[in-house]
Write a protein that binds this ligand. Structure first.
Ligand SMILES: Nc1nc2c(ncn2[C@@H]2O[C@H](COP(=O)(O)OP(=O)(O)OP(=O)(O)O)[C@@H](O)[C@H]2O)c(=O)[nH]1
Length: 380
């Protein structure tokens, strides 16, 4: 396997974690954002579910690079924990982690306000436990939320499936799906749609599921997919993902089916690039950034596959999988990438200017008007 870096490799050595916990991207000139929206007006992704179902672990593993084993020592959440990840990630949302036992009848719990500004509600069910109580709670939660805000995407994570056999996983998913939808039908809530995912923090399934949740909240998704399709078909590339580097969730991919192995391979590539960059890419005094405009890498595997990574924006990277013979036309790929990058910047610049014209109403954030951290804003 050979790794080729375009970045100058400075000679400073150091020990890094498998992934630095809070690696900074550094602010480049022209990247200075408008003062951020008041944090409470940012659309939310809520994490709800019974106690010990794994909510905090999901949030820590996906957005804070905690290793799954460390989650064993997490303490129970006692109050709503708001995590604003928009400074380090493309995902310009707040993640709200709820304590297990939210009491809808508690007058101090203003659930109407909470659900009104919510983009997605993730309900986590522990698949290794008896899930009858969780299903009751799921029904109560989603039916309340739906009445306040029918625009919410309802996502159910059937979690901790690492402990189940393949057959057992399918059976559990079928059973939970059936019972949850029966409960909704009994309550005449047939229009309320639940999406189900099998997840675990011990593999990439949690990142895949989170990717799909986030993608539904990105208004520019069809344009991004279209651009990726055009890019790969003109460059002889088999698969391309647009990654949020810090969380390793993919915010878009081309329209060919995603297989888990390709996704894992691309995630591993991001880890390798950031790790090597942290060791060799920073300045001697430790300043600089592990990921910047110059970041790019090519990894040739021993099975004639090539992995190709390039910086797209401050938060996003394109990671592609292609055959060695297609890589002979590297000049063409580089040129097409240049056009692709330009187009992505334009997509998000339009998003930013649209939002300037129609600013979010803090009391009723609209998901359609959400902007993302995709692009360095042009100087006004
Ligand atoms: N096997 C397995 N265990 C998990 C997984 N995710 C979380 N856990 C474990 O589940 C336990 C509870 O996780 P937490 O993240 O604290 O659960 P929580 O839902 O935030 O709990 P509260 O704060 O009490 O509401 C921890 O010991 C985690 O290590 C998973 O995917 N698989």
């Amino acid at each position: 396997m050979s790794i080729q870096f375009e970045e100058p490799l400075a000679g400073s050595y150091g020990v890094v974690d498998t992934f630095p916990k809070d690696f900074g991207y550094g602010v480049e000139e022209g990247d200075i954002e408008d003062s951020p929206a008041p944090s409470d007006s940012k659309p939310r992704i809520l994490l709800m579910g019974l106690r010990r179902s794994g909510k905090s672990s999901i949030q820590k593993v996906v957005f804070h690079k905690m290793s799954p084993n460390e989650t064993l020592f997490l303490e129970s959440t006692n109050k709503i924990y708001k995590d604003d990840i928009s400074n380090s990630s493309f995902v310009n949302f707040q993640i709200w982690d709820f304590p297990g036992q939210v009491d809808f009848f508690d007058p101090t719990f203003d659930y109407e306000m909470i659900f009104r500004g919510t983009g997605a509600l993730i309900f986590v069910i522990d698949a290794q436990d008896d899930y009858v109580e969780a299903l009751g709670r799921l029904h109560l939660t989603v039916s309340r939320a739906y009445r306040v805000n029918p625009e919410i995407n309802f996502e159910v994570f059937i979690h901790k499936v690492d402990g189940l056999s393949d057959d057992h996983k399918i059976e559990t998913q079928r059973d939970i799906h059936q019972r949850a939808n029966d409960d909704l039908a009994d309550a005449s809530l047939d229009k309320l749609h639940l999406s189900f995912y099998l997840t675990s923090i011990y593999d990439h399934s949690i990142f895949e599921a989170f990717s799909k949740v986030v993608q539904k909240l990105i208004p520019q998704l069809p344009t991004l997919e279209n651009l990726l399709n055009i890019f790969i078909s003109n460059s002889g590339i088999e698969k391309a993902f647009l990654f949020d580097v810090v969380s390793k969730i993919y915010i878009a991919t081309d329209s060919s089916p995603v297989d888990m192995q390709s996704y894992e391979l691309c995630c591993d590539m991001i880890d390798v690039v950031i790790d090597v960059s942290c060791i060799y890419g920073l300045k001697e005094d430790g300043s600089g950034s592990a990921y910047d405009k110059e970041s790019m890498a090519i990894i040739k595997l021993n099975n004639t596959t090539v992995l190709y990574l390039k910086e797209v924006t401050k938060f996003l990277a394109l990671v592609c999988i292609l055959r060695e013979e297609s890589f002979e036309r590297k000049g063409l790929i580089d040129y097409n990438f240049h056009c692709f990058r330009k187009a992505i910047h334009e997509v998000f610049e339009v998003g930013v200017s649209t939002q300037r014209l129609c600013p979010l109403q803090p009391s009723t954030p609209s998901m359609k008007a959400v902007t993302h951290n995709g692009t360095p804003r042009s100087t006004v």
